[in-house]
Every structure is written in structure tokens, then in C-alpha cells.
Ligand binder design. Structure first.
Ligand code: NAG
Ligand code: NAG
Ligand code: NAG
Ligand code: NAG
Ligand code: NAG
Ligand code: NAG
Ligand code: NAG
Length: 406
């Protein structure tokens, strides 16, 4: 178990200086961006002392008046619970014998139960593979002849403790099919890397999603598995909890700014209710090489959410344990790539990232580069006028500080 103090991200609030102009421009961005609330973020693996290996990862982010719990598990299909409480003292309680029983209801709780303000879950149920050799149209549905899907509930997962890295607040669930008659995964694996953050910022690698202490990031990568076709496209099926009779809403946001994710002007969001509840956020892009850039970027398409009552899906014990036998689930599919352009076949590599969070989703504001370009476009005279006004203001303030005492 590790503990890290969240550093405050407070550029733009410093002493008056050259950054002031920039910060004035940036203050048009939503407040959440400034990482106002600090949280102590910690990561632990909850062991099951009796039974066979089980991977249960608990991320706890404690704020002044609230706690966020993220629980990730590969017991059953890989799944995550997100739970927000209105107290800094809420805890996760696991009753393993109940969690692993056929009736896991109540095997996983966040205490005190009346402090829970928001909860939801996401489950990764299947990995799809399509033969895209003959589809010319990029938006063809389905994107080619489907091969039998891999059920992620029938994967075997490595011991997560070995990948736990307290320094980066991350851990990786790495797995391969339990039954693999063709040996497709002999040299390959599917990995789900989960990372929490001690503060706001962006990772160095594309898609460089803006994160905060309220979020955790998931990077899904398929590496080294032998495809069944020469130009196989892959997809993922995700299942989440509905709200009453409805499915959560999916929104696309566009932006004119692509500095952090070249040539991607869109941000996709799944929202559980109106903010501040919970959200999933991703750029509609995946990568076919470790070296991520324009050359290895593939489009990622999301299908609409549909209630899953129409077809059977593997159950997640942790979701059942926390939510009981609620059956109102919704599913959607993500498909990565097109038959033209780069693909998994390049390097047997595919990677896609998303953020999971509670509260208002971090919003990309205009990047400093774009703001700079806008400032130049607005014209030097306007800037000088603004700077002159600021100089007068600050100059006056500084003078008053140096006034003689007597
Ligand atoms: C997982 O690995 C850790 C550290 O290597 C070890 O202590 C633990 O017993 C392992 N768990 C299982 C279930 O094998
Ligand atoms: C925490 O709650 C107390 C009492 O309700 C309130 O006074 C305080 O402003 C809250 N702090 C934050 C950071 O929200
Ligand atoms: C865990 O669950 C089992 C089976 O439901 C129950 O018998 C046991 O008392 C529970 N343990 C605790 C500590 O609550
Ligand atoms: C691909 O399409 C062509 C022409 O439509 C057809 O003749 C061929 O059999 C198809 N190949 C496969 C593998 O489906
Ligand atoms: C796995 O790697 C070995 C050695 O590189 C190679 O001989 C074998 O064909 C590979 N298997 C698959 C299924 O790619
Ligand atoms: C893959 O390509 C090879 C060589 O181009 C060809 O012989 C083979 O039939 C193709 N396989 C499939 C499944 O299309
Ligand atoms: C996801 O794709 C699979 C395979 O193409 C299909 O059977 C399933 O109905 C799709 N699910 C949704 C929610 O679109």
C-alpha cells in the first residue's frame, strides 16, 4: 500500500509575472482544470488468503469531504466499480467467501453505506475480431466477417501484485484465454493497465487525456496475439449499469484544438446521469504502434448503447456483489481501425485509452499554443493595450507596498 500527497497544480495563481497574461486567458477554462481539490490517492491489492489467486485492486482517493473508491477486478470478466461517498472515512469491505460464492450479493460493500452518493460499474465482456479483407466502406456495420469472439470471462490473469507500481500508482491486469487451441495467444496477451493520479496533468504519451485526482485511466492493449485473418480488426464489448429503464448517454464533443492528440478533434463521453455523477471519457483513436503518432493512429468507433436484456452476457461477481442482482445493464461496442490505413497487422499491437471518473469531466481548454496563435491573430496592438493596463495595475500595487512607513 502506498500513500502520496497530491501536489497542488497551481500555475496561474502564482506571483504576478510573465505567466499572468497566460493565466488570465486560461482562467476562462472550467475551474476543475485547476485541480482545486487535492486528494490523497492510494492503491492497494486486497488479498484473498484462503482461495486460489484473485486480483482485486482498490484505488482510494480521499478528499476533505469525500472519498472516491475505484475497485478493479479480474474475477469473472475484467470490471471496475466506481463509488463516491460524502465522507473522508469511507472504507471498502470484502467478504471473499461471499464474493466468490454463486450468490455474491453483499460480498463487497463501501461503508458506511449511507455515505454513498454515486456508484456505477463498467465490465469488459468480449474481445471481437473481424476479417476486414473485403470491406471497402470504413463505416460498414459490422466491420467484416466476425470470428468467434474471445470471452474475457474465460481468460486467465497474471498475479496483479507483480505489476503493482506505487511510484506511478499503476497496476496491470495481463491475461490470455484459458483455452487457446490454436495457440493464438502463445506469444500474446491482452493487458489492462490501470493508473491513478496524484494531481492533474497529461501523460507523455498520446492520446494525452487530461486527468485529475478524481479520475483513473485505463489503457487496454492487445500485444503479440496471432490474428485469425490477414487484416483483422478488433473490437471490445463494454457493459455498464443502466439508470432505471434508460441507458447512460453518450456524447461527442468537438474541439478545434488537436495539439495533444494530433488530428483528433473529438472527445467521446459516456455520462451516468447529469454531472456531477460519473463519466467515461476517451478520444476516438487507438494506436497500432508503441510509437504513437499520426502514422499509427486508428479511428475508434463506438456503437450506441443498448439494453443487454436481448442477449446473455457473462456476469461480473464484483458488480453483482456490490449492486445485488440488478439486471438492468447496457452494452456498447468499440471497434478499432479500418481496412485501409494502419492496423493491428503492422506490429501486432493495438492500444486504446480511456478515463473513468466522478464529478465534472476534465475538459480540454484551448492549449497554450492555440491561445498564443489566437493572441497573435488578435493583433499586437490589442495585446499591448492589455499588457499596458496590467502593468499600470500591478505597478500601482507594487508601489503601494514600498511606501515608506512614516
Ligand atoms: C502474488 O504475488 C505476490 C508477490 O509476488 C505474492 O505475495 C502473492 O502470494 C501472490 N498471490 C497469489 C495468489 O499467488
Ligand atoms: C467540508 O464540509 C464542511 C462542513 O460541511 C464545510 O464547511 C467545508 O467548506 C467543506 N470543505 C470542502 C473542501 O468542501
Ligand atoms: C461472509 O459471508 C459468509 C457467507 O455469506 C457469512 O457466513 C460470514 O459471516 C460473512 N463474514 C463476515 C465477516 O461478515
Ligand atoms: C471478396 O470479394 C470478392 C468480390 O466481391 C469475392 O469474389 C471474394 O470471394 C471475397 N473474398 C472473401 C475472402 O470473402
Ligand atoms: C511465437 O514465437 C515463436 C518464436 O518467436 C514463433 O516460432 C511462433 O511461431 C510464435 N507463435 C505465434 C502463434 O505467433
Ligand atoms: C493471407 O495472405 C496470404 C498471402 O497473401 C494468403 O495466402 C492467405 O490465403 C491469406 N489468408 C487469409 C485468411 O485471407
Ligand atoms: C457488439 O458486436 C457484436 C458482434 O458484432 C454483436 O453481436 C452485438 O450485438 C454488438 N452489441 C451492441 C450493443 O451493439
Amino acid at each position: 500500500m502506498c500513500r502520496r500527497e497530491g501536489p497542488r497544480w497551481r500555475w496561474g495563481r502564482g506571483a504576478p509575472g510573465p505567466t499572468l497574461l497566460l493565466s488570465l486567458l486560461a482562467s476562462a477554462a472550467p475551474l476543475g482544470l485547476l485541480g482545486d481539490e487535492t486528494r490523497q490517492v492510494s492503491l492497494e491489492v486486497i488479498p484473498d488468503w484462503q482461495g486460489p489467486p484473485q486480483n482485486l485492486l482498490h484505488i482510494r482517493a480521499v478528499g476533505a469531504n469525500s472519498t472516491l473508491h475505484y475497485v478493479w477486478s479480474s474475477t469473472g470478466p475484467p470490471a471496475a466499480l466506481l463509488v463516491a461517498t460524502d465522507t473522508p472515512r469511507s472504507t471498502l469491505a470484502v467478504n471473499w467467501s461471499r464474493l466468490l460464492s454463486p450468490e455474491p450479493d453483499g460480498g463487497l460493500t463501501v461503508l458506511p453505506t449511507d455515505s454513498v452518493r454515486f456508484s456505477s460499474a463498467i465490465v469488459f465482456t468480449r474481445l471481437f475480431e473481424f476479417d476486414d479483407t473485403n470491406t471497402s466502406e470504413a463505416s460498414a456495420k459490422p466491420p467484416g466477417k466476425p470470428y468467434p469472439p474471445y470471452s474475457l470471462a474465460e481468460f486467465s490473469w497474471d498475479n496483479i501484485t507483480d505489476s503493482l507500481d506505487p511510484a506511478t500508482l499503476s497496476a496491470t491486469f495481463r491475461g490470455h484465454p484459458i483455452r487457446d487451441p490454436t495457440g493464438a495467444f502463445a506469444n500474446g496477451s491482452l493487458a489492462l493497465r490501470v493508473q491513478a493520479f496524484p494531481g492533474s496533468g497529461r501523460p507523455a504519451q498520446a492520446p494525452r487525456l487530461l486527468h485529475s485526482v478524481d479520475t483513473c485511466q485505463l489503457e487496454v492493449s492487445l500485444v503479440g496475439a496471432a490474428p485469425r485473418g490477414n487484416r483483422s480488426l478488433f473490437g471490445l464489448e463494454l457493459v455498464t449499469l443502466g439508470q432505471g429503464p434508460d441507458c447512460p448517454s453518450m456524447r461527442e464533443q468537438s474541439s478545434i484544438d488537436d495539439e495533444y492528440t494530433p488530428a483528433v478533434f473529438q472527445l467521446d463521453q459516456l455520462l451516468w446521469g447529469s454531472p456531477p455523477s460519473g463519466f467515461m471519457q476517451w478520444r476516438p483513436v487507438a494506436f497500432s504502434q508503441r510509437q504513437r503518432g499520426r502514422d499509427s493512429a486508428l479511428p475508434c468507433q463506438a456503437s450506441p448503447l443498448r439494453p443487454t436484456s436481448e442477449y446473455p452476457l457473462p456476469q461480473s461477481p464484483i458488480v453483482r456483489a456490490f449492486f445485488g442482482s440488478q439486471t438492468n445493464f447496457c452494452a456498447f461496442n468499440l471497434t478499432f481501425g479500418t481496412s485501409t490505413g494502419p492496423g493491428y497487422w503492422d506490429e501486432r499491437y493495438l492500444s486504446w485509452s480511456m478515463l473513468l471518473g466522478v464529478g465534472a469531466p476534465p475538459m480540454d481548454s484551448l492549449s497554450p499554443l492555440i491561445l498564443g496563435i489566437m493572441a497573435v491573430a488578435l493583433g499586437a496592438p490589442g495585446l499591448m493595450l492589455l499588457a499596458g493596463g496590467l502593468f499600470l495595475l500591478l505597478g500601482h500595487k507594487q508601489c503601494s507596498e514600498y511606501q515608506p512607513i512614516n
